[in-house]
Every structure is written in structure tokens, then in C-alpha cells.
Design a protein around this ligand. Structure first.
Ligand SMILES: C[S@@+](CC[C@H](N)C(=O)[O-])C[C@H]1O[C@@H](n2cnc3c(N)ncnc32)[C@H](O)[C@@H]1O
Length: 213
């Protein structure tokens, strides 16, 4: 039998205040409704989405500092929408190049009453595009142009593109084990620090990486 979403949320996030948990529940309901027709998240299994995607975003939210953020390649709003719900004092730009996601994000922003969210439909790799926030977030960013690159080259390409925007001082990434194998030169040049994010629900950990520009 499928368990009630509110029950799973209460169990997984006992420390999130009830009013914010309700907003997350409404977001999930919208996300899963849209997913049925538009395939906008990694899975249609609600419990998996809560324990993997929402929980990782919650952990991400607990580690970030700063006031203004762009979530690049936000897709259905993960992690940006969760961060916006949990931190009404932070301003979040949700950026994606695909109109299906943008249409969904506009509806979600309106229905959830998220006043601290801005939505930008934009290809991040387009020349001369300027970001306006002090921090950039990447979670599971993928793009054909960089898909075949070795991990370190891929990161350099992404970070160097971010560097074209003078406002950005910091990049946060939620990523996998390859971040532990970056060269000493990379660690030094980009002032990289990494923290392990363990999951009580899955054997695979994720990593939170900070790069200073
Ligand atoms: C694998 S999804 C990750 C979505 C979300 N961050 C998550 O963790 O569930 C990658 C996203 O990056 C977006 N994307 C890929 N290339 C992009 C580009 N050049 N500019 C903006 N968005 C891009 C895609 O449209 C897609 O939504």
C-alpha cells in the first residue's frame, strides 16, 4: 500500500517546521502531477523522490551560506525550490534552458507563493550571458556539450563559464565520488573544499563541494 506523503515527510523531516513541510508537500504533489505527462524528475516513486532528491536538497540547504543564488539546470526546481521554501530570507534564481521546466516552475512559484524566487529561461553556455547572484548551485547538471569530457575538465568548463559573471564569488556543487579524485592543481586553483553528505536511506553518499572564485 502506498504511504501518505505527509506521513513520510513527517518521518524524514522532523526538524522542518510544520508550515514549511506543508509547502514541500504541495510542491511534491505538483511535481508528481506534472511528471506524469512531462517526465520532469528522476523517478515517479514518491518515497524515493523524498528520501533522495528532497533529502539531499535539505542537506544542501543546511550547508550553504550567502544571500543570492542561481540554481543552474534546476529542472523541476531541485534543489532551488526546496532551498527557497526553507530559507525565505534567501533569493533564488531558478535557471533552465528547457521551456517544459520553466512552465512548471512558473506554476509552482505561483501556487506555492514563493516570493523569493525568480525564474530565468536561459542557456547557461550562451556567450556573454551574465548571472546576477553571488553564488551558483549545481546539482546533477548535465549537458551534451560537456557529457563526454573527463570530470575535472567538465568542472573547469562549468566554473570558467560562471566566472564570466563578475557578481559570482562562490560555486556550490552537490555531486558524487569523482569530486574526491580531482588533481591537487584543481584543489589549489579553485580553493576546493568537500564535505561528505551521508544518507540514512541509501548506501551511496553524495558530496558537497565549495569552490571560491
Ligand atoms: C539532470 S537534470 C538535473 C535537474 C535538477 N538539478 C536535479 O538535480 O534534479 C539537468 C538539467 O540541466 C538543464 N540544462 C542542461 N544544459 C543547460 C544549459 N546549457 N543551460 C541551462 N540549463 C541546462 C537541463 O534542461 C536539465 O533540466
Amino acid at each position: 500500500m502506498t504511504r501518505k506523503v505527509s506521513v513520510i515527510l513527517d518521518e524524514v523531516f522532523p526538524k522542518i517546521p510544520h508550515d514549511k513541510r506543508l509547502v514541500i508537500e504541495n510542491y511534491l504533489s505538483l511535481l508528481l502531477k506534472w511528471h506524469n505527462n512531462n517526465n520532469i524528475i528522476s523517478s515517479s516513486d514518491t518515497e524515493y523522490v523524498i528520501k533522495r532528491e528532497i533529502y539531499d536538497s535539505y542537506q544542501f540547504s543546511n550547508l550553504i551560506t550567502g544571500k543570492t543564488f542561481t540554481d543552474i539546470g534546476t529542472g523541476g526546481g531541485i534543489p532551488g525550490i526546496i532551498i527557497a521554501i526553507l530559507n525565505p530570507d534567501k533569493e533564488i534564481v531558478l535557471l533552465d534552458r528547457k521551456s517544459t521546466y520553466i512552465d512548471f516552475l512558473r506554476i509552482a512559484q505561483h501556487d506555492l507563493g514563493l516570493n523569493n524566487v525568480n525564474i530565468t529561461e536561459q542557456d547557461f553556455f550562451v556567450n556573454k550571458f551574465q548571472l546576477n547572484t553571488e553564488t551558483v548551485l549545481f546539482k546533477n547538471f548535465s549537458n551534451k556539450k560537456i557529457a563526454k569530457m573527463q570530470y575535472e575538465k567538465k568542472l573547469i568548463y562549468m566554473i570558467d563559464t560562471v566566472k564570466n559573471s563578475k557578481s559570482v564569488k562562490k560555486v556550490y556543487l552537490l555531486t558524487g565520488t569523482p569530486v574526491l579524485e580531482l588533481s591537487e592543481d584543481f584543489v589549489e586553483d579553485y580553493k576546493l573544499t568537500v564535505k561528505k553528505i551521508s544518507s540514512p536511506f541509501f548506501p551511496t553518499s553524495r558530496y558537497f563541494a565549495e569552490v571560491l572564485l
